[in-house]
Each structure stands twice: as structure tokens, then as C-alpha cells.
Write a protein that binds this ligand. Structure first.
Ligand SMILES: Nc1ncnc2c1ncn2[C@@H]1O[C@H](COP(=O)(O)OP(=O)(O)OP(=O)(O)O)[C@@H](O)[C@H]1O
Ligand SMILES: [Mg+2]
Length: 259
């Protein structure tokens, strides 16, 4: 791996439009994310957070600069190879969940594993395990429309973990959630962090800092600030749920059912 960096960029740039309409959404960013880091990215609307996340996960191509995901240079990778790498190594979580409406919770979670060629029996077993870990075993056969927003996002997180990805990329994962559901999602991220999984979360919610060990502030496509945090997990945030100790005890359980 590139110096044990899970993600690495050099001069990463993405522009939209041209001439007077030119927007440099991401402007020559150099970033190194070591394995196991939980990184929060904040900044005002339009500063380029989503664009950066999409570039990191290979959902979008840069107009200039380089991106490595683990050992792989992804900005020049073929579409086919990139799709395979995304499937095997990246778990995405979006603000609007992006679940398949016509599939049940368990079918949504197992889909990626099935596409990756896992046997239906193993995929189902792992999906049920993950749904149990996010507290939704009893909702496995519900359609997304039959779930609350917080429950849908927990299904999406279980789905993001289904192929045991190197890195979880989350774009405003609590943006559509009320505060109780937000705490639930934060608890899951705390477990991911404590289990040593690499996590990059774009957010407007300062509480995410509680589960991050590094915070980057963006302005106009560039980094305005990049600071280490205590990385104490949710201990002491006074959330009243998932205390640091409980989250610590649960650490790793999400991954207990590895392939
Ligand atoms: N497809 C596109 N075409 C043209 N401009 C775009 C496109 N996508 C994004 N932009 C512009 O790029 C800039 C960065 O957008 P981006 O979505 O990355 O911001 P963001 O930080 O995620 O904002 P928010 O917090 O509102 O989600 C914005 O000025 C936006 O208008
Ligand atoms: Mg955005």
C-alpha cells in the first residue's frame, strides 16, 4: 500500500463549466488518509465537499491531478477496473440513502455481495448479521418505504459494510435525520472508527467531530484548515446513548462476520 495510505491525492482538481462560468470545485488538493483514520470534512455549501468525496471514491474523474485508492491509481483506471475496485473496496453512504425501493432491507444489503459473486446463502447470512449489528434484524423484510429515515440510513450503512470495504465514504449521512436518528448513525460510525476501518465523512454536523480523529475545513475547493482531533469517540459527548464504553465494547462487532 502507498505508505499505508488508504487514500492519497496530488494536485487533485475538478472544474465544471468554462470561461466566465468556470467553477474550480476542487482546486489542487493534496491529501493523505492513513489506514484506520476517521476524517471529517466540513465547510460551507458549494465549497466542493461532495465533489472531493466522489473523486476519492472514483465516482467522478478529476480534470487534473492524481488519486490513489490503496495501491491503485484510480484517475487513469479503466471504467471496468474502477467499477470492480469500487465494489470491493469502497462503501458509500449518501444523505438520501439511495436504497432500491423495490428491494427489502436484507435484499438491499446483500445485493453488492451477490454482484461480487458471493453465494446467495453466504450473502444472506452476512446481510442478516449486518442488519442485526445496526439494530434492524426485525425489519429485514421491510421495504424502504416501510422504514423511518434513520432506519433507512442504518440499512444503507449495513449495505456500505457488506463487502468489508477498505474505506467508507459518507456524504452528509445525517443530513435528513432527526436528532435521535443522528445519534444512532453516529454510534455506528463510532464502531467503524473503533474497529480501525478508514472513514471519510462529509458533514455539516459538528457532532461528527465526536467520531473523527481529524477534521478538515474546506473553502472554495481547497483546505482552509486540517487539524487532528482527540479522537475520543463518543465518550463524553453526553448523547445519552452508546457511551464511549459501550461503543468500545461493541467495536469490531460489525466486522465479526467477515467473509
Ligand atoms: N455538475 C456540475 N456542474 C457544474 N457545477 C457543479 C456541478 N456539480 C457541482 N458544481 C459546483 O461545484 C461546486 C462544489 O459543489 P459540491 O457539490 O462539491 O459542494 P458541497 O460542498 O458538497 O456543497 P453542499 O454542502 O451544498 O452539498 C459548487 O459551486 C457547485 O455549484
Ligand atoms: Mg454536498
Amino acid at each position: 500500500m502507498t505508505g499505508s495510505m488508504v487514500l492519497r491525492t496530488r494536485g487533485l482538481t475538478r472544474q465544471y463549466g468554462r470561461d466566465s462560468g468556470l467553477v474550480r470545485a476542487v482546486d489542487e488538493i493534496d491529501l493523505d488518509v492513513p489506514a484506520g483514520q476517521a476524517l471529517a470534512i466540513m465547510g460551507p455549501s458549494g465549497c466542493g465537499k461532495s465533489t472531493l468525496l466522489h473523486l476519492l471514491g472514483g465516482l467522478q474523474r478529476p480534470t487534473d491531478g492524481q488519486v490513489w485508492l490503496a495501491d491503485h491509481r484510480i484517475d487513469t483506471m479503466s471504467e471496468r477496473a474502477l467499477a470492480r475496485l469500487r465494489r470491493d473496496s469502497v462503501g458509500f453512504v449518501f444523505q438520501s440513502f439511495h436504497l432500491m425501493d423495490e428491494l427489502t432491507a436484507v435484499e438491499n444489503v446483500e445485493l453488492a455481495a451477490l454482484l461480487a459473486g458471493q453465494s446467495p446463502r453466504r450473502a444472506r447470512k452476512r446481510a442478516m448479521y449486518l442488519l442485526d449489528r445496526v439494530g434492524l434484524a426485525d425489519r429485514a423484510r421491510h421495504l424502504p418505504a416501510e422504514l423511518s429515515g434513520g432506519q433507512r440510513q442504518r440499512v444503507a450503512i449495513a449495505r456500505a459494510l457488506s463487502n468489508d470495504p477498505l474505506v467508507v465514504l459518507a456524504d452528509e449521512p445525517t443530513g435528513n435525520l432527526d436528532s435521535a436518528a443522528t445519534v444512532e448513525v453516529l454510534r455506528l460510525f463510532d464502531e467503524i472508527r473503533a474497529a480501525g476501518q478508514t472513514l471519510v465523512v462529509v458533514t455539516h454536523d459538528a457532532r461528527i467531530a465526536a467520531v473523527a480523529d481529524r477534521m478538515i475545513s474546506m473553502r472554495d475547493g481547497a483546505f482552509a484548515d486540517d487539524s487532528p482531533l482527540a479522537g475520543a469517540g463518543m465518550a463524553g459527548t453526553g448523547s445519552g446513548r452508546g457511551s464511549g464504553t459501550a461503543a468500545g465494547a461493541a467495536a469490531g462487532t460489525v466486522y465479526g462476520g467477515r467473509r
